[in-house]
Write a protein that binds this ligand. Sequence first.
Ligand SMILES: [Zn+2]
Length: 150
Amino acid sequence: MYLITRSYHFSAAHMLVGHDKCGRMHGHNYRLDVTVGTGKLDPAKKRYWVMDFGDLDKIVKKIIKPFDHRFIETEAGELAQDSKWVLAQPDSREDVYYVSIPESTAEALAEWFAWKIDSSMIKKGTQLQVKEVTVWETVNGRATWTPQTG
Ligand SMILES: [Zn+2]
């Protein structure tokens, strides 16, 4: 198996409804590590590589762009829980990015990013798969998603 990993960064706000500390709106300078792999390099591509880093960048940067400097809202309905924010920012829906996940934990985000990146790669016709996605909330706190085996 050949694996390549690329790191990306974005800043976003979120909250975890019902959590003592994380239930207050706060932000992270997120880091996203994306690992893509293949069992066999394709000599027809005339390069001894898994994928051009630039091609991976094009896919991932398009996916993370709407998160940057926005609030991450999920199926948990965070903003409806925070009436102070809704009242203060009635016309600021453009500051919010909705993601269809149960809540904005690093685990749920990692799985969603993996699915999104995989979907984009399928559309582009590559045979590559996302092997690992790690979402770093802080320099010493991260969650990793990998495809389930067995
Ligand atoms: Zn947080």
